[in-house]
Design a binder for this molecule. Sequence first.
Ligand code: FES
Length: 270
Amino acid sequence: MSDNAHHHDQTLSLTIRVWRQPTRLARGAFQEYEVNGISTGSSFLEMIDILNEELVAKGEEPIAFDHDCREGICGMCSMTINGLPHGPLQGVTTCQVHMRHFKDGETITIEPWRARPFPVVKDLVVDRSALDRITQAGGFISIRTGSAIDANIISIPKPVADRAMDAAECIGCGACVAACPNAAAMLFVGSKIAHFNSLPQGRAEKSQRTLSMVETMDAEGFGNCTNYGECQTVCPKGNTLDFIAQLNRDYAVARAKTFFRSTGKKRAGA
Ligand code: FES
């Protein structure tokens, strides 16, 4: 082997064990396929594309999977690879995984997100609209942002802006839910809360937003957070439990406000 052999792409022969489920109500099962000649330089999704071309050529149904940007931006490419949402690498989405991270002769198991609020639509495609409904429950502000006032008039301390931007990194892929033994959506909701509640424009609705997003999260069937921490391990954007802590704080404050309002009591000094 020459010194720079590792710079050259090699080819892999793989066994792909993938979840096939024709419809939402159908019973799914794993099926195994052999693929050969997969370049270590190709992406994981390109590997599935190649397998799909072979399936189509044989007159079989291609494997259904979601994807859009293939650049780690849209959060569509949800699938669990060898038991880990978005696969074995940290800080990336499935579309950013390359085949050089797999070994020749390896069996790769691919499954859809497994969580009750994410029903399987077909094969690897799940319905993640529950996350959209949570966002819709809280993702608005009553301050007019379209009018002529310069946004820079509201000065935002740098740490606050940075925190909101970090939280806004969330692409809503749902890996946190898929990784959580309780199917909790706390990292997703915490990220949205930290994004919306941190900025001054979002403060007016802070409590109402927090309550209605948490209420929707519960109604959609997501579980409780019991601090496993799997969510932050698989988050492709590196969002951390810190955002869950903020969600818990904002929720406690919002609940207290509702309580004092409903009992007519006043907070000390209020
Ligand atoms: S396809 Fe857009 S993040 Fe993977």
